[in-house]
Design a protein around this ligand. Structure first.
Ligand code: B12
Length: 221
């Protein structure tokens, strides 16, 4: 099998949600010396984008999305340690969760992997995280940054609800708040009063580092 066969296979098998084949192709690709990033960005993510496009056109329904998502998640488990291989946790603590009412977690998990790879200590609260749970976790872990992930236009308003809950608990000034997810834009992030937005996992790492450096410079002055 050539690297091109692997990429094409990963794309096709993710599209049809064939989790065992996706896992096997991921492992074979790695054995052939392919980079984990190549498998992710040149096959797995484009395939999931195509799943979304087909859902939008009415060619795919929820079950197809679900099995494609599961197939992608299986591959991510294999790629996670390789993408996060530095293992040195010195940058700061990042508390992350998908907002209440929303079960999408693949994008969030990808962000977590990249943050871990960049040296952040990541605490993941999972999906469907209610504002009170974010507040409790901020009290318990005192993170530097809190991230809210939302993949539905109907759950994006939870950003504001979470920010209000932090404000009410007197915690808003203690943390940097970042928001993201497929339908989120910089304009929306600004409008709800978050501190930062990023469109993808690598941009999240860069933005998180910048925001942290700014915060630390202010605190030091
Ligand atoms: C897989 C999938 C599902 C799976 C989720 C599986 C899982 N474990 O996540 C299942 C089947 C469960 C699902 C369900 C639904 N889904 Co869905 N789903 C998708 C799909 C195909 C892929 C999403 C995904 O994981 N993408 C891959 C990742 C890598 O995406 P990404 O955006 O590039 O992620 C990056 C950024 O967003 C950013 N990021 C993410 N989080 C964060 C957080 C922070 C803090 C920061 C800074 C950055 C950041 O970094 C990520 C990594 O680079 C999308 C289509 C799409 N194109 O997005 C629809 C999509 C999101 N779903 C959609 C819909 C409508 C639904 C349902 C309502 C369908 C239904 N009728 O039941 C339900 C809702 C369930 C719920 N209550 O949450 C719509 C949303 C439309 C809208 N604008 O609101 C989409 C866009 C499909 C479409 N084109 O219509 N879905």
């Amino acid at each position: 099998m050539t690297p091109d066969d692997i990429l094409q296979g990963l794309y096709d098998q993710t599209l049809v949600g064939n989790a065992p084949a996706v896992l096997e192709l991921t492992n074979t690709g790695l054995q052939l010396g392919m980079q984990p990033q190549t498998l992710l960005f040149d096959a797995l993510i484009p395939s999931l984008e195509e799943v979304g496009a087909r859902f939008e056109r009415g060619d795919f329904f929820v079950p197809e999305m679900l099995i494609a998502g599961r197939a992608m998640s299986g591959a991510l488990e294999v790629l996670r340690p390789l993408l996060a291989e530095t293992g040195v946790e010195t940058m700061g603590t990042f508390l992350m969760g998908t907002v209440k009412g929303d079960v999408h977690d693949i994008g969030k998990n990808l962000v977590n992997i990249m943050l871990e790879g960049a040296g952040f200590h990541v605490i993941d609260l999972g999906v469907q995280v209610a504002p009170e749970k974010f507040v409790e976790a901020v009290k318990e872990h005192s993170p530097d940054i809190v991230g809210f992930s939302a993949f539905l236009t109907t759950t994006m308003p939870m950003f504001k609800a979470n920010l209000n809950a932090l404000e009410k608990a007197g915690l808003r000034d203690q943390v940097i708040v970042m928001v993201g997810g497929a339908p989120v834009t910089q304009e929306y992030a600004d409008a709800v009063g978050s501190d930062g937005y990023a469109a993808d996992a690598s941009a999240t790492v860069k933005r998180a580092k910048d925001l942290l450096a700014q915060r630390r410079a202010v605190l030091a002055s």
